[in-house]
Design a protein. Structure first.
Lengths: 533, 299, 302
């Protein structure tokens, strides 16, 4: 071989190895150390029984091991290396990863005196959630739960009374069960949430309410974390947090990013915008058990009077996605074309429907009356952006067809109370994504049941889908339910928006969080490139 | 909050008993002899005119959405750009003057009237009425002002009217306390003791002797509380507790522009500057009024 | 004092429960979607389904035992939540008051001494600007300028090291001091003017003592009394004013806790926070009275 050829090969090998280096995940970090600072808008104590808040759960899922994690919508092993499900879907056998140790060097386990995490700890953790009736364990899992047993130190058998198809859904099911140590719970008592202890990739260091939480790398973890430290910094004011993100005071904004800022970050070469993976819908609810909302034609008029897609596009900017339903594109139960069929902008149609209902402007003041009286509909919404804008847009749309809509905007608590009391009017609705969301919203005893939403056919379809392990027919059931919601004009829709999170580019090998925040797994090991900072 | 009011409560002791006629004379002398006061008046008149003739002045309908024209930077068509619904920021700013002035003036006027009435009754008659009113005053004063205001608005349900109601509930206290203190002093003065001896009724003493003497201080107080109420109302609206969107109000415009702050900072800057100018103008006038009354400044 | 504290507590308890809304439902976030059934179960466990009088009696009994109860939102002890934030609010408030005194006293006194000159006009216009700017808006503007465009100071949160902490304290405390700056400048000026017109100062001057000496030896201490009264009287309003500023700057203080808890319907946190506010205000007033006697021996407790 000639020297030149050798050099070319050598150069090729060098280039190849350099380009592969950052991707190498076998316990090797391109750059060791570093602090990853995450901005969040709220943070609460870290007891998995009570932490109903997403960003708090991000910390829990790094302190505590989970049975499994969600990655790109699919469950992947964590404390459970693997698991088997019986054919009828009622018995889960979890195989626990051997050699996982509880964090040491704390009040419960002094340095070097830790013990292995066993199947008994898993059973303890599941029962701790089940026995505490005020825990956040999902109702459907609670209702199906029969028993959890450790058959040996590394095997847990979970028995259900029926199959649970949403076991892995990020908002429902077992995703809530972080594995805790009985010793720690007993030692700290009610203060466990202030001193969480687990077996995850990061150890708890300190917690200052409304300020920050500090975690440091667990050197005994089966994968060596590249990061030294993870800090959650609480920033209640979103615009201020956006400034901090741009200034590099925080590395990742974990909370939902408003539309306008995403547009700005998409243009910023130093930032990466990450899709949270579950498009969220904005829609209207109504007190459907009261006139005139009990008439499907009136609901239809409300749906077609507004240019939902244009409003959504204006208010959500680049995060906007056209469509309708609880499940957005890429999520189980999504039906394409629902928006065009049931929610398209057609004020002429709305006006003729209102005329047909006898809701007409008989005194010539420009506003329509019902039964001889001015029909003035309150529109309830919460007071943070962009809800008031949706109200303004709806009020404006109503005015165009002579329908008087009166804004009633209050803080979320008051707004919820109005919905709970079933007050007469229309409500702005937002949130709820994915399969679990469809169930918890439109299902039996769903979140908006107080407004009189009753439809046996939808309830039955959702009940069936929640226990149907066959993906194809479950998808069909979900789609049928979603289509029926649209056809009954239960949810005059504006459209979806994607939840985006934004990170600085110097954060590497990071793909975002979906309920569990996976910083150190078999496939990812987040590191910070200090040279780019 | 309500800082001027404590400030002036201290001044109440300096007030000399004066005939109302001479008060107006001196006040007008002072007011028009001072550049700041004239500036304040001119700005305020411009604002009031803008509020009254908003329909004629504003180039666009402040509520008209235009989805094809959102988030426009300032231009010849839109002086301070358009917001996320394509509404003209400048037009909304002009309409906003209405709400701010209305809130400031009505909160001040109503709470002054209520406070003066209750304070005069408490101070003049004393006894149980006085005790009840003063206990209420003590109780209110122990609360952090803004926290109480927020809680009250939350109880009533957020709306422009309820926010004004909450502010009135909090402001009358200050006037009552101030007027009571003054009446206590006045009650013992020779001419009132004399009037009583001459057989004048309580009502006539209150209306003919006490209120005219309290009046000058209350006018100054009132003018400062207009300014104060506008500021606090803006803060409450910023928290989403004031005017109901889509109402064009400066505080809620600020809150609304938060999201656009880095793209269109002018939408955040303009309502803040508008609030500042309005409050400053009112304070200039109040300041001149106070100078007219403060004996330490009078030669 | 005790009836007052009791009154404040009872009024707050009643007031906060009058606000419609459910704390459990408000805990729900984007991903965690609770059904009505789950919400009811959590409420039952937390005792929120009990009649209000029973909840009130429970609260007062526990309070007398020194237990403030638990937060619904965080499920930790209310006393812990408050004690974690109290020092931060005190630091912010005290720094702001110091800033106010450092700035307002010289300006106010100077403008009294130079009364009627352009210095006086300038100082008083400056003071008026101070009370005419919405403080929360001013804070956001400072943040935009010094945090983002110039990148001199951190925008939100608290620094960890002493230097970082001091740096992060600058913007919020400057913003908060704005609330008092105008007022204190004016009081400083008018009380100095008043003292200068008093007989004994005139006498001292007539005796031929130097103007500077008279100003600083005789006039200043007496002028300080009303200033002190105003500053301590405004302590409460500063705590209240800190609410919005703590929120804008992400400062982990007690004012923000109170407001967040109102919106979260975290009943016991609100009640106890207001209780702490009230006690602090009362204590400051008491300290003020004592200090008053010390400065001016003519005043004695009755």
């Amino acid at each position: 071989m000639k020297l030149k050829t050798v050099l070319i090969y050598a150069a090729l090998v060098l280039v190849l190895s350099l380009s592969l280096a950052p991707a190498a995940a076998d316990g090797h970090c391109p750059q060791e150390g570093g602090t990853f600072t995450i901005g969040v808008d709220t943070f609460l104590p870290m007891d998995p029984n009570t932490a109903a808040h997403d960003w708090t759960f991000y910390a829990i899922t790094n302190i505590n091991s989970m049975l499994f994690r969600i990655e790109s919508g699919q469950p992947v092993g964590d404390l459970a290396e693997s698991w088997d499900i019986s054919e009828d879907g009622t018995v889960y056998t979890w195989h626990i990863r051997p050699g996982m140790m509880w964090h040491d060097g704390n009040e419960v386990f002094p340095e070097g005196e830790s013990r292995e995490v066993t199947a008994h700890d898993v059973v303890y953790s599941i029962y701790r959630q089940y026995d505490d009736t005020s825990s956040i364990m999902a109702a459907d899992l609670r209702n199906l739960f029969v028993s959890a047993e450790a058959t040996d130190d590394h095997t847990v058998v979970l028995t259900l009374s029926g199959p649970d198809a949403i076991m892995y859904d990020k908002a429902r099911g077992l995703t809530f069960t972080a594995i805790v140590a009985q010793e720690a719970i007993e030692h700290y008592g009610d203060d466990y949430g202030l001193n969480p202890l687990g077996s995850g990739p990061f150890e708890f260091v300190s917690y200052s309410p409304d300020e920050e939480v500090v975690l440091r790398a667990n050197e005994d973890y089966y994968i060596d974390p590249c990061l030294d430290e993870v800090i959650f910094r609480v920033m209640p004011d979103v615009p201020a947090a956006m400034i901090a993100l741009e200034a590099g005071d925080i590395d990742w904004w974990g909370a939902v990013t408003p539309g306008d800022d995403v547009g700005r970050f998409l243009d910023n070469e130093d930032m990466t915008v990450i899709n949270f993976g579950c498009p969220v819908a904005t829609r209207l609810y109504m007190s459907v058990d009261k006139a005139p909302f009990d008439d499907v034609r009136f609901r239809k008029a409300l749906s077609h009077m507004k240019d939902g897609n244009a409003i959504n596009a204006a208010l959500r900017g680049p995060t906007h996605v056209k469509g309708a339903g609880t499940a957005g594109p890429g999520v189980a139960g999504y039906v394409e074309g629902l928006y065009d069929e049931y929610h398209a902008y057609d004020p002429e149609l709305s006006m003729s429907l209102l005329d047909e209902l006898g809701i007409v402007d008989s005194d010539g003041d420009g506003w329509r009356e019902m039964d001889g009286e001015l029909l003035e509909i309150p529109m309830f919404a919460w007071n943070s952006d962009p809800a008031p804008d949706y109200v303004a847009a709806t009020v404006d749309a109503g005015a165009q067809i002579g329908l008087k809509i009166r804004p009633e905007i209050a803080d979320p608590g008051t707004n919820n109370a109005r919905r709970k009391d079933g007050e007469w009017g229309i409500y702005l609705g937002q949130g709820w994504c994915g399969e679990g969301g469809t169930n918890a919203l439109w299902g039996r005893n769903g979140w908006i049941s107080t407004l009189g939403y009753v439809d046996e056919e939808i309830f039955t379809l959702l009940d069936q889908s929640a226990q149907n392990l066959d993906e194809e027919s479950r998808e069909a059931q979900l789609q049928a339910a979603t289509t029926r919601v649209a056809a009954l004009y239960f949810e005059p829709a504006f459209g979806f928006f994607n939840i985006f999170t934004v990170k600085n580019n110097y954060v590497k090998d990071f793909f975002g969080g979906e309920w569990t925040l996976n910083l150190v797994t078999d496939d990812h090991n987040v590191w910070i490139n200090e040279d780019e900072r | 909050m309500a800082e001027h009011i404590v400030d002036l409560a201290a001044d109440a002791a300096f007030i000399e008993l004066t005939e109302p006629k001479s008060f107006f004379y001196k006040a007008s002398q002072q007011l028009f002899g001072k550049k700041q006061a004239i500036l304040g008046f001119v700005v305020l008149i411009v604002l009031v005119l803008a509020a009254i003739f908003a329909e004629q002045i504003a180039p666009y309908d402040p509520y008209k959405t235009n989805y094809a024209n959102v988030k426009q930077p300032p231009s010849a068509e839109h002086f301070i750009g358009t917001d996320e619904l394509g509404r003209d920021g400048f037009s909304r700013l002009i309409y906003g003057a209405r709400i701010s002035l209305m809130v400031g003036v009505s909160v001040s006027a109503i709470s002054t009237t209520v406070g003066v009435a209750l304070g005069a009754i408490a101070g003049y008659f004393g006894g149980v009425i006085d005790m009840i009113i003063m206990r209420a005053v003590d109780l209110f004063m122990a609360f952090p002002f803004l926290v109480l205001a927020i809680a009250l608005v939350a109880v009533f349900g957020p709306s422009l009217f309820n926010m004004m109601l909450a502010l009135i509930l909090l402001y009358w206290i200050w006037f009552a306390r101030l007027v009571r203190g003054m009446v206590l002093t006045l009650r013992e003065t020779e001419f009132i003791v004399g009037a009583k001896a001459a057989g004048a009724s309580d009502i006539s003493i209150i209306f003919r002797h006490i209120l005219p003497n309290v009046f000058p201080v209350v006018v100054v107080q009132g003018s400062f509380s207009v300014a104060d109420a506008i500021l606090i109302a803006a803060g409450l609206s910023y928290l989403g507790l004031g005017a109901q969107p889509p109402t064009a109000e400066w505080g809620s415009m600020l809150s609304n522009a938060k999201e656009l702050m880095r793209i269109l900072p002018v939408l955040s800057i303009a309502p803040g500057v508008a609030i500042m100018i309005t409050v400053l103008a009112i304070n200039f006038i109040g300041d001149a009024l106070r100078d007219a009354l403060d004996p330490t400044l009078r030669n | 004092m005790i009836p007052l504290v009791f009154g404040v507590t009872t009024a707050t308890f009643a007031l906060i429960h009058l606000i419609p809304g459910d704390p459990v439902e408000l805990m729900m976030s984007n991903a965690r979607q609770l059904t009505q059934e789950e919400i009811h179960r959590i409420r039952e466990k937390l005792g929120l389904n009990d009649p209000l009088p029973i909840q009130y009696v429970r609260y007062v009994t526990n309070l007398l035992k020194g237990d403030m109860g638990k937060s619904v939102r965080s499920r930790s002890a209310v006393s812990y939540e408050i004690m974690q934030r109290l020092p931060d609010t005190v630091i912010l408030t005290v720094t702001s008051i110091c800033l106010v005194l450092v700035l307002a006293l010289p300006i106010g006194i100077l403008s009294a001494l130079k009364r009627g000159t352009w210095i006086d006009t300038l100082a008083m216009t400056f003071a008026l600007f101070g009370v005419s700017i919405p403080a929360f808006w001013f804070g956001i503007m400072l943040m935009l300028i010094f945090g983002l465009h110039l990148d001199w100071l951190p925008t939100v949160g608290q620094g960890k090291t002493p230097i970082e902490f001091a740096r992060s304290l600058i913007l919020p405390s400057v913003t908060l001091s704005l609330i008092l700056l105008g007022l204190v400048t004016r009081v400083a000026r008018s009380s100095m003017l008043e003292v200068l017109s008093l007989d004994y100062v005139r006498t001292a001057r007539a005796k031929g003592l130097g103007a500077k000496w008279v100003n600083f030896r005789h006039a200043l201490p007496n002028a300080l009394i009303p200033i002190l009264t105003v500053v301590s009287g405004q302590f409460a309003s500063l705590l209240g004013g800190a609410v919005l500023i703590e929120k804008v700057f992400g400062w982990p203080g007690i004012g923000r806790l109170a407001v967040d808890s109102i919106f979260a319907r975290d009943y016991l946190v609100v009640t106890n926070t207001v209780l702490v506010f009230a006690v602090m205000v009362i204590l400051v007033n008491l300290a003020n009275d004592i200090l008053y006697c010390y400065i001016d021996p003519r005043i004695r407790f009755q």
